[in-house]
Every structure is written in structure tokens, then in C-alpha cells.
Design a protein around this ligand. Sequence first.
Ligand SMILES: [Zn+2]
Length: 440
Amino acid sequence: MMIIENVRVLHFSPGSVSEPMDIAIEGGKIAEVGKGLAAKHPKAERVSPGGYVSPGLVCSHNHFYSALARGLSVSIAPSKDFAQQLKNMWWLLDRALDEGIVRASGLAGAADAAMAGVTSVVDHHASPEFIEGSLDVLREGFDTVGLRGVLCYEATDRNGVPDGLAGVRENERFARKLDAERKAGGTALVDAAIGAHAPFTVGDETLAALSATCKATGRGLHIHVAEDKFDAVDSRYRFDKDICVRLDDAGLLGPKTILGHGLFLTQSEVELVNERDCFIAHNARSNMNNCVGYNDKIGQYKNAVLGTDGIGSDMIEEANFAFFKHHDAGGTRWMDSYLEMLQNGNRLLERYFPGKRLGRVEAGYEADLTFWDYDPPTPLESGNVAGHVAFGMSSRMVSSTMVAGKFIVQDRKPLFDARAIAATGRSETRRLWQRMEERK
Ligand SMILES: [Zn+2]
């Protein structure tokens, strides 16, 4: 047993701050929260970090494959719209990924997340020249760092239907492998979703295969939808259906479905997504960066969550951007709405990890915790948590990160080999640049 003594428990949504108390952790779970636990369990290991402890942060849509894209030194042809941007930049990048670069990307992405106080990442992976086995290699990053996650491969027909189907098979292989591990008593920190890139690159044959795989594995679809207007228009032009109607007709909308973006979904699609109890991931920084527009309907969803879409894993910054972008667009919601979306990531995880409870610092919940070295110059109280996050707190104040009762970062020191991960990242990035040049 471990006792974290004399800390204030901070919940972001609904906002609350406790008096200093102790947290008892055993078997990866929170056993008890209250006063005097250190005295009650004198033999337990004791940790006295000071400051605040919150539930671990969740990034509900990410692409670790772009972890090495920062500082990209490859000349990219200018793009007139999002479809060209995909072709000129992102599809050039993902085709250049091989096993070594995927491994380095996964490690770098996971390390970054841990340092930002993120305990779980929902990843959407693509490496069209290295499909089979890619999720095992990506998983190495999660396992090495000790991060929880839900992984999938973005099946796409953009390089032909056989490749699309190979992507679906990689999802199925990975999901079944995890099932076998659990059946054998394993305690994997990762689970699988069934991934696809976006409706405009997925034809009906691959869509049917995705549907069959979701049913066979008991998982949900993780797909981009209407990130750009082109996707919505293409669906009506080629398939004579709104995107979500097409997905629903294929049996692909359900409580484990994760839709990324959704900027150009119609009002009736919003209602359908809510009826089917799907999740929708809002990625404000990415939308601003890609100049695709703003999802002004995000507040209407029952299950909105926050993702970074590959721009690191700093969820405090992401929540702040979502809030500021909303105000910039003339909206009137307060920061607490975005902290609620951040918190909703835990409900998504609970659907992929049946039997586990996530997102509260309470007995019975998984011990996924973020420790904050925050000493505010104004009172932090239950009623003003959102204001502190928007205008005071930052991921730079994360002192420790714990997943399933194990520290992965402690007192600002990573408990994995961060230097080696960064060094490998830099050398693999040089190869990535070269491979991108070769594929132009
Ligand atoms: Zn994405």
C-alpha cells in the first residue's frame, strides 16, 4: 500500500477542492481517501508531494505518428485547401513512416504526454507502408512509459481497397491479441478501437469490413468526420447520404464510437450522434492550424471530449484554446464547459475498459493521478476552479504523473529514459525527412 499524505484533492469537473487529506493506493486502485490514513496504515509506503492531486488528464484524440513532425525540415508544396494539405503534408508524412520511425514516434508521444500530466491517450495511427504489426510497435511507447491508452489503425482506401482492408485487419489483429492477453490474466494498460481515416477515403467495401470487425471484437469505430467541408459534400455527392447517416446505416454508430472533429455535421446528424450515444472529439488547436473552421455545435453534444489531434498532449493548453476560440467566435460558454469535455474522456475510457472506474479521486477508482505544484496567489476554491485553469494553471505545474498506482513521472523526473527517447527521436526524424523527400 502507498499513502499519498497531506494533499488537497482537485477535481476539474465539477470543480472542487478539498482540505488536505491522505490517499491510500493499493493494487493500482484508490483504496481510500480521507484524513489520518497515514496513521491508520503505519507500514505503508508514504509520499508527501504537497500541492494538489487531480484525476489524471485524458487526451481523447491524438496521433503519436506526428510526434516527430515538429520542426519539420522538408519543403512542403503550398496548399489551397485542406484536401491538398492532406496530400502535400500529412499523407507524405505517414507514408514515410517505417517501423523504426513509428517506434520513435510512439515513445516520444508517450513521453510528452506523461510529462504534461496526461495518464491516458486515445490514439489514431497511420503508417501506410508499415500496416501489419504497426499497433504493436506503437504500443511499445505506451508500455515503456507506462501510459494508458486506446489504439487503432486508420484504415483508408486512399492507396487502394486492398490497403484499406489490410488496415481493418490490423485493427482486428490487435484487438484479438489484447483479448487473448486479458484471457491469460494479463493486465494490459492499452485497449483497441477499430480505426478508419475519414469517410471520404473509405469506400463501402472497407466500411462493411469495419462494421463486421467492430461487431466481432466488441469495439467501436474511431474515425475523423467532417473535419473539412469536403468530407460532408463528398458523402452526399458519392453516397447520397450525410456522413453520420452513412455510418449509421453500416451499423457503425454506437456508445464506443469516437468521431473526430465533426465541424460540418448537420443538426440532424448531431441529434443522431447523441441518440446513438457516440463520442465526438473536439480539437480546437488543430482546427485553427488547418484553417478548416470552427465547430460551433460542439456544446450540443452529449459526449464531447477533447483531443489534440497530434499537437502534443498538453490538455490544459488544449482546453484553454477551446475556450478562448469559443469566446473569439462570439460564444458565451465559460471554461467549465471545456473542463467537462476534458473530464468526459474518462467515460470514454470506461467503455473500453469494462469494470474499471476512471476520473475521480475516490475509493474504487483507478489510481491514475496528476500531481500539481501549484501555489496560487489567489484562493483556489471549489467555485473558481475553471477560472484558475483558464488564467493561472499550466501543464508546467505538473510535478508527478501516476498511472494505475505507479509513478511514471515523480517530482518532475521521468521514470523512463527520456534522454534516450529524445535522442532516438532526433536521429529517426532525420530519416523521416529523407524518406519524405524520396516520396515526393
Ligand atoms: Zn485526427
